[in-house]
Design a protein around this ligand. Sequence first.
Ligand code: CO8
Length: 261
Amino acid sequence: PYLDGCTDILSELDDKYVLSLRLNRPKARNALRTQLLHELAQTLGKANRDEHVRCVVLTGGEKVFAAGADITEMADKTPVDVLNDPRADHWAAIRTFNKPLIGAVNGFCLGGGNELAMHCDILIAGKNAQFGQPEINLGIIPGAGGTQRLTQMIGKSKAMRMVLAAQFMSAEDAEKAGLVAEVCEPELTYDKAYALACVIASKPPVAARLAKESVLKASDALLAEGLAFERKAFGTLFATEDKAEGVAAFMEKRKPVFKGR
Ligand code: CO8
């Protein structure tokens, strides 16, 4: 492995200067527990300082890229817990990773999983990919930039449909909408992303870094305020009865009954 001691992230650096990362919690559908985000943040932190890494490919499983935050871990959190949550620091480390990051997505890409995908600079998706922000079913909203990045990437109306109605978007529609760069057969997703990473890794690394940072500047200034607002709103919702009901219904595998409290 590239970074010793990791269990939730599998990693390998090769002689093409490409670091491959795989989310590795198949039983929990790659739910992003805090440990996973910590390992990802640490790995990217090391890669940021390592001249042997020029491009990173991030992938998940065949049927699930990632099913979102780990609902069992988040179930009992209060707004104060959210305010103090180290997860925010891990997301910041992912956000500030300054080398090109290519996402290879097959299957379900939901909630925090879709937010992680949107932190990638380029997304390649298998035909079976499904993108969604189903947080509202749990009485909450996206908390890692989903409301902001999705709106920037696919526009208000489509973003609202995903965030308010929890409707999923197919790979084909995601390509039309601009969420992903390319759709392919699911068996080829990783290979396509890896081939693209090799091309990028063959370019001058300092120019690649500054190109990435410059492209992100096209939206960064607007993003900062929106991210902070979303984070506060996300925390506030952890005080609601509807959140407790949404989470309980998920765990008990039943339909929730929401009351607006
Ligand atoms: N967190 C924790 N465990 C999960 C999650 C998750 N996000 N998703 C699935 N699991 C677990 C299931 O509970 C189940 O556990 P067990 O085997 O012990 O019963 C196991 O993974 C397998 O799940 P399924 O049987 O549902 O697997 P399928 O292959 O049939 O379906 C899906 C895969 C479609 C991905 C389905 O599991 C699903 O819809 N998952 C939930 C998706 C979701 O709602 N994500 C939103 C997350 S919200 C978010 O990311 C940000 C806020 C988080 C805060 C939440 C608390 C308030």
